[in-house]
Structures are given as C-alpha cells and as structure tokens.
Design a protein around this ligand. Structure first.
Ligand code: PHE
Length: 365
C-alpha cells in the first residue's frame, strides 16, 4: 500500500508538471480528484479499514491529495503566466514607431488662418464672437442701415429662403459677418472688442469668388474712438499676420451703409516667381494693390439701432476676406480649389495639426 501510494504520487506529479496546457491539466485534476478520480477512490477505501489500518493509511492518502493539489496549483500558475506573456507580446504597441504609412489629415488653410487671426487679435484684447449663418433680414440688412429699397441688397446677391420666420421676417444665408456686430452690441455692454470669423454666402462664382466664402468681422465700441485707432489696429494686425514690417496700407474712401466715414483698405504686393509677395509700395514698378478689407467708423444709426447712445459710444468696424488673406500669404491663386476637397491640394497647402499658431512660437510655424 505504501509503495502504491508513492508510485501514484510520483506518476501524477510527473504528469502534472508535464501538462502543456490548461485543458490537459484540468483533465488530470478530474482524473485524480474528481468524483470518480483515483485519489477520491483511495479516500473512499478509508471507510472499510480497521482503525489501526486507517490510522496508518489515512495521513498518507491525505498527504497524497495535498501534494497533488499543490502540484496542480503551481502548474496552473505557470501556465497562466505563460499564456499572459504570449497575449501581452501579441498586443504590444511600439509607441516610438512613426505613423508614416497611415493616412494623415491636415488643417485646411482657412482654419489655419482663422486660428492665426484669433491669436493675433487675442493679443490686442479682442474676444471671438459668433452668429448664425441662417440670418433674418433685420440683422443682415435693416439694423445695419440697409433699408428694404437700398441697392446694397441687390449688390449682395443674397440667397433667400422661400419662407419667412414666425415674426414674418425674410430668412437668408448671411451675406457678410456684419450681423454679428448687431448681435454683439445688443447683448454686450460696451466697451466691446470682438472679432467674428465665419462663413458667408453670395450667389457669385469665378476664380476669385465662390458662393460660400469666409470673412472676419472686427468691432470696437468704446468712448472717444476715431479713425486713428482703426488704422493702427489694421496695420498692427497685418504686420503680425504677414510676419513682416514693410506692410504698406492704402485707405481709399468708400461707402458702406453701416459705416460713416468708410474706407476700403488695400495692401501692396509684388509678383515674384509667379507668387504674390506682400510688402512694398503699390506705386513702385512691379507692385500692385490688393483689396483686402472694408472698414469704417460705425454709423451712428447702427449704434442707435442696437439701443446704445451714439453720443456716448463710438467705434470702428472692419470686414476681411479670410480666403483672400490665405491666398496672399500662402500663394494659392484659385479660390475654387479651396472647396474642392482634393487631397493633393490639401496635403500640399494644409498644415500639421500639431503646429498651433502662437505669437510666441510663430504665427504660421
Ligand atoms: N460687411 C462688408 C462686406 O462684406 C465689409 C465691412 C465690414 C465694411 C465692416 C465695413 C465695416 O462687404
């Protein structure tokens, strides 16, 4: 009996240590310790023994069960650890590998320029404001001193919606970002300093016009504001944007119903290797002027339309074409390509998403 038990123990422990997977190990456990297992059968023989015999054999059989149970547990731990190692090795990710073969997106030049503008104007104390692209007639025209019969309405080539809103207002796609001036003056107490970037829509299409394009509106409302503040602001902005000091501006008298006086602002550039380079005087040889901005002192009537007293509050406003700013700085010459979604164009003119424009790190990085 004694040698029997030792032989069973040696064989079982050998088999257990040799088990190469968890299923084999489980089968061995059932064969030894299960209901019909060999060790279970041995334990059952204790009942039929004499007290002396039981005293002698009992501890041996229990020790056998103990050692087999321990062997199974330690083999199971070893197999579990090996399985985990295999799984971890298969799931390993090398974080240091470059993502060279994966398709990469890029930041569209329009988004990049809007980020650049927000950064530049934030430094001058301007907050970013927004308004709806689906506007009503009052905010887009009437409040801006463009009455129903005004020819400016025809000039804007407006996309109208077929139905009026609940107040009987004609609805339209905003033709400029100027309605954000109105929305801001009606909801914020002066002093106000905001820029409002966004999409605008006009029924117009050629190499330099698309039915949807982008503007940035600027608005300052405070006491004692005059044209000098406007000119300084635009000069400071354009020098920071084009990242050069020899920017020359030309202010031409103009007309907008919502500003009085009004000025159109051109920037001097020259053509170099088929590319427009901003800077220098437009009257020099090889130089020309590019119209960039509409601007002026906010019309008293507009200030009054927003419930403010024009004797107390004055201000200036400007509107810039964002797409034009991008073309001038980054050298594209067809505006339509901006909105074609051609991946070759996007990867050529697009920006790395990690190069966030900052004044300290470089506006166009
Ligand atoms: N809203 C005008 C346009 O789209 C531009 C402008 C804005 C002019 C603000 C003056 C002041 O043409």
């Amino acid at each position: 009996m004694m040698s029997d038990i030792q032989a069973v123990q040696a064989r079982l422990v050998d088999d257990i240590n040799a088990a190469s997977d968890l299923d084999t190990l489980e089968a061995l456990r059932v064969a030894a310790l299960g209901k019909a297992g060999s060790i279970t059968a041995l334990l059952k023989t204790l009942g039929g023994m004499s007290p002396e015999e039981r005293q002698a054999q009992g501890p041996r059989i229990h020790a056998l069960r103990e050692s087999v149970t321990t062997a199974i547990a330690s083999r199971k731990a070893a197999l579990d650890a090996a399985a985990l190692d295999v799984k971890l090795a298969a799931e390993a990710i090398d974080m240091t590998l470059p993502a060279a073969d994966t398709p990469r997106g890029s930041v569209h030049p329009v988004s990049q320029v809007m980020d650049e503008l927000a950064e530049i104007f934030a430094d001058m104390g301007f907050a970013v404001a927004t308004g709806p692209e689906i506007e009503d007639d009052w905010h887009n025209f009437t409040a801006l001193n463009i009455p129903e019969t005004h020819p400016a309405r025809a000039m804007h080539d407006t996309f109208y919606f077929p139905d009026a809103n609940a107040d009987g207002q004609k609805m339209l796609l905003r033709t400029h970002t100027s309605p954000v001036q109105i929305r801001t003056m009606m909801t914020q107490e002066p002093p106000i300093r905001i820029i409002a970037p966004g999409r605008v829509y006009r029924s117009d299409s050629d190499a330099t016009h698309t039915p949807m394009f982008h503007q940035v509106e600027g608005l300052v409302i405070d006491r004692g504001i005059h044209m000098g503040h406007l000119k300084w602001t635009l000069e400071t902005f354009l020098k920071a944007y084009f990242e050069r000091d020899d920017i020359v501006l030309r202010l031409r008298p103009s007309y907008f119903p919502f500003t009085e006086p009004s000025a159109e602002v051109d920037v001097g550039y020259k053509q170099e290797k088929g590319r427009r380079i901003v800077g220098g005087n437009g009257d020099d040889e090889g130089h020309a002027w590019m119209e960039l901005l509409g601007s002026g002192m906010v019309n008293r009537r507009v200030i009054a339309n927003c419930g403010l007293d024009p004797d107390e509050w004055q201000g200036f406003a400007f509107g810039v074409g964002v797409d034009r700013l991008a073309m001038l700085k980054y050298g594209m010459d067809d505006l339509r390509a901006f909105f074609d979604g051609d991946l070759r164009w996007l990867s050529h003119y697009g920006f790395n998403a990690l190069n966030v424009p900052t004044l300290s790190g470089g506006i166009s990085a």
